[in-house]
Design a protein around this ligand. Structure first.
Ligand code: C5P
Length: 214
């Protein structure tokens, strides 16, 4: 199988930044799978539908087009809530599975999300579970909002991060859980450069070991 790097973890743990850098380093395509759920939720909202209605959400997932992923309105509280709602529907997850698998199968890829190592690519070459304390992740989200000129309360933002953790972990369909063979990477005290360096070292170890054992 081509090199598939699966990166999972909770919101604002640093998965996206890390995934982009690893993709550039290994010259692989990158897929931010959260965008699939965000774009599905947005399509439902556009049509005036209810993101938690299974049939409506599944139809939206099956109708996704490449241009849906580059919309400017895929982030923010409304988009977050719609994405979380559609992501908890098994028929939506099933509708998006082939796209994710085909994306990685062709020539390898870096994919980041919540269920890449457990469901989308259970046989990925290497799996990282990237996490950080809720306080650190709340702070990062808050700084990100400030950077975009949005004033927000740090405690409220941290509470929202905790709520999303709970939603992701407690849902029945593809709950957020590290794969048994995932390598844990805690970024609480690491900046983006240190996270990247640590990930490269972990990958070299894992891929080197796999290479020797074959
Ligand atoms: O990662 P991001 O915050 O963009 O994800 C948006 C939503 O999609 C979240 O609610 C998350 O739980 C969901 N998601 C998912 N499975 C993935 C990626 C994201 O359920 N592989």
């Amino acid at each position: 199988m081509s090199l598939v790097i699966a990166i999972d973890g909770p919101a604002a743990a640093g998965k996206g930044t890390l995934a982009k850098r690893l993709a550039a380093h290994f010259d692989l395509p990158h897929l931010d799978t959260g965008l699939l759920y965000r774009a599905t939720g947005r399509r439902v909202l556009d049509a005036g539908g209810d993101p938690s209605d299974a049939a409506t959400a599944e139809e939206a997932a099956r109708a996704l087009l490449p241009e849906d992923f580059s919309r400017a309105d895929l982030r923010g509280p409304e988009a977050d809530a719609a994405a979380a709602a559609v992501a908890s529907i098994p028929a939506v997850r099933a509708a998006l599975l082939d796209f994710q698998r085909n994306f990685g199968a062709e020539r390898g890829a870096v994919l980041d999300g919540r269920d890449i190592g457990t469901i989308v690519f259970p046989k990925a070459s290497v799996k990282l579970f990237v996490t950080a304390s809720a306080e650190a992740r709340g702070r990062r989200r808050w700084l990100e909002l400030r950077g975009r000129g949005i004033a927000a309360d740090l405690d409220e933002v941290t509470d929202q991060v905790r709520l999303r953790d709970k939603q992701d972990r407690d849902r029945a369909a593809a709950p957020l859980v590290p794969a048994a063979d995932a390598i844990l990477l805690d970024t609480t005290d690491l900046d983006a450069d240190a996270t990247f360096a640590r990930a490269l070292a972990l990958l070299a170890q894992r891929l080197g070991t796999a290479g020797r054992s074959q």
